[in-house]
Design a protein around this ligand. Structure first.
Ligand SMILES: Cc1ncc(COP(=O)(O)O)c(C=O)c1O
Length: 368
């Protein structure tokens, strides 16, 4: 056991000895429910009034009261099968899952390392945890190594695919560094999960001791999960305030996410997305567009100036394209950018029209 696992295990034992261990049980539908908060009985009202759809919209309560259902368990099992982790727990959003994770695992006695560009929800969670957290330079192994030697951290946190840059973390090397220092590797896989391998560089999140996946990105749904060892999930169930004191994910959302998860196996979707990324980057290179280095569906185009990026986004809108204008503090000062994201739904015509418009707007010589 590494230091973090020993800490979780000791805290679980202490709770057990005081009769305070919390565990989940599947809500048994044959019992008459006097536990939930579904005061008008409306949780079971089905979407669109379809009487044959028996999956309730509302879970009716938090997971430890009566809000943990077979739909949740089936989704957790499928996620474990997909990722290779032992156990999982579901949240209503990735933001709350990250905050829950950081505030449950760490406190003022703990030292943690994180990549400089990790998501706001991780930073906010680490701040709330009171832990001594340091950030290493983005994807910079030497910087991570130096801090790991100084800090002896309990864990190192990164993203698989960075949300605003589209690049991938060197997970194999970071995992080796964590192993050297007896620390956990925690990976926010919000933008990697569900995207087939062929459509992005190898962001092997299976190296993670804890993996966060979200359903609001490639799965096109809503919600999130944390995956890891049974010890980790038992600890979260017993101590995580976001999990214990919040209504669980809608069972219908769980069913929808499970259906979407199965769809991500369809090779034609992955192949189309890979083709779209390849044709976008090829056209952008031919037109000398200043794309940042990325082989994932996230293709940022560096602009620099905050006003200019807003102006470009507005001009793109007038030409019929919706593209995100990303400014500080979401990205570092001076690195405002257009965040272009590709999907399997884009057509070849749409991609060449976008690149041609970008070229006209960005390269003055092409305006004629
Ligand atoms: C890297 C990363 N982690 C977590 C989240 C939060 O996920 P959700 O949108 O499900 O709250 C996001 C959302 O933008 C994200 O980009």
């Amino acid at each position: 056991m590494n230091p973090l696992e020993s800490k979780l295990s000791a805290e679980l034992e202490a709770l057990k000895s005081r009769g305070l261990l919390r565990q989940r049980r599947i809500h048994c539908e044959t019992l008459i429910d006097f536990a939930g908060n579904d005061y008008l009985g409306l949780a079971a009202v089905n979407a669109g009034g379809q009487s044959d759809n028996k999956t309730p919209v509302g879970s009716g309560a938090s997971p430890l009261v009566s809000g943990y259902s077979t739909q949740h368990q089936e989704l957790e099992r499928a996620l474990c099968q997909r990722t290779g982790h032992e156990a999982a727990l579901l949240f209503c959003s990735g933001f709350s899952a990250n905050q829950a994770l950081m505030t449950s695992l760490f406190n003022a006695q703990d030292r943690v390392l994180a990549d400089k560009l990790v998501h706001a929800s991780i930073i906010d969670g680490l701040r709330q945890s009171g832990s001594d957290f340091r950030r290493f330079r983005h994807n910079d192994l030497a910087s991570a190594r130096t801090l790991a030697v100084k800090q002896s951290p309990l864990a190192l946190i990164t993203e698989s695919v960075f949300s605003m840059d589209g690049d991938c973390a060197p997970l194999t090397e970071l995992k080796a560094l964590c192993d050297q220092h007896n620390a956990w590797l925690i990976v926010d896989d919000a933008h990697g999960f569900g995207v087939p391998k062929g459509a992005q560089a190898d962001c092997n999140s299976k190296l993670a001791d804890v993996q966060l996946v979200t359903f609001g990105k490639a799965l096109g749904c809503q919600g999130a999960a944390l995956l890891g060892s049974q010890l980790f999930v038992d600890y979260m169930v017993a101590t995580c305030r976001h999990y214990i004191y919040s209504t669980s994910l809608s069972p219908q959302a769980a069913v929808t996410a499970l259906t979407a998860l199965k769809k991500t196996d369809e090779p034609q979707l992955g192949n189309k997305l890979a083709d779209n990324i390849a044709s976008f980057t090829r056209l952008a290179a031919e037109l000398s567009l200043p794309l940042m280095a990325s082989s994932t569906p996230i293709q940022p185009l560096l602009v620099g100036d905050n006003h200019r990026v807003l102006e470009l986004a507005e001009l793109l809108k007038q030409s019929g394209f919706l593209v995100g204008a990303i400014r500080p503090p979401t990205v570092p000062a001076g690195s405002a950018r257009l965040r272009i994201t590709l999907s399997a739904h884009h057509t070849d015509e749409q991609i060449s029209a976008l690149t041609a418009t970008l070229s006209r707007l960005i390269n003055p010589l092409n305006r004629a």
